[in-house]
Design a protein around this ligand. Structure first.
Ligand code: DC
Length: 223
């Protein structure tokens, strides 16, 4: 049986993950947050005290890493790192930088690629990330590239972190996001880029419900 797959790519703070979660629920698909996998590796590297830009050193750690995704009763994805639920720990701002650094390493991308592709072989999926439409699922039934201007994205991420009780400022969030977008877009290995056949959705002027409806419309066309 051929399962449906949707590739959802875009920069940080574009609203990808919140939208993907709702779309998954609405169309009864599995949501795969590939950023969480890079974050889990970033967390492991952080805890190991290894330089996250040193490909040899990071490569040496990969054999000690077992990742698993679990879905709780509400359908939310939980990220397990060697059996430990790190779903909250991987969201801390300092881990974002580690995730971005390790995601630029080809050895790390290779480590995750098969795992990500396998997940699309056993169920209908909506997968979000940076290279899903270009590298991970080049034959996806639908590719969406979602974006919003920098200020809107920084404000959204700031509010999200505040709501979780993380002590930070809008300026810090904006600077960190700009740096990560630069790393993610300019790296050589699978940079953040819209696939040629992706549909672009700009959510700068859209609220969540409007963005959601725009995506529902696109997904309905392939359902
Ligand atoms: O989506 P996110 O912010 O949780 O992702 C964390 C980091 O992982 C981000 O800096 C980019 C990287 N990433 C990637 O390179 N490729 C993906 N498919 C998903 C995330």
């Amino acid at each position: 049986m051929k399962y449906k797959s949707i590739a959802l790519d875009g920069p940080s703070g574009s609203g990808k993950s919140t939208l993907a979660k709702r779309i998954a629920k609405h169309f009864n698909m599995i949501y795969v947050d590939t950023g969480a996998m890079y974050r889990a590796i970033g967390l492991f590297v952080f805890r190991s005290g290894v330089d996250s830009k040193d490909e040899n050193a990071v490569s040496g750690l990969l054999g000690q890493i077992k990742l698993r995704m679990k879905y709780d009763d509400s359908g939310s994805q939980r990220m397990l790192l060697n059996g430990e639920d790190v779903s909250e720990a991987i969201r801390l701002p300092e881990i974002s930088t580690y995730a971005s650094n390790v995601s630029a390493l080809p050895v790390v991308r290779k480590f995750l690629l098969g795992m990500q592709q396998d997940m699309a072989k056993s169920s209908d999926v909506i997968m979000d990330g940076r290279d899903i439409g270009t590298v991970v699922l080049p034959n996806a039934d639908l590719k969406i590239f979602i974006t919003a201007d920098e200020n809107a994205r920084a404000l959204r991420r700031f509010k999200e972190l505040k709501a979780k009780g993380v002590d930070t400022s809008l300026e810090d969030v904006a600077a960190d996001m700009a740096q990560r977008d630069k790393n993610d877009s300019e790296r050589e290995a699978a940079p953040l880029r819209a696939a040629k056949d992706a549909t672009l959705v700009d959510t700068t002027e859209l609220d969540f419900e409007q963005s959601f409806q725009a995506l529902v419309q696109l997904v309905s066309e392939i359902s």
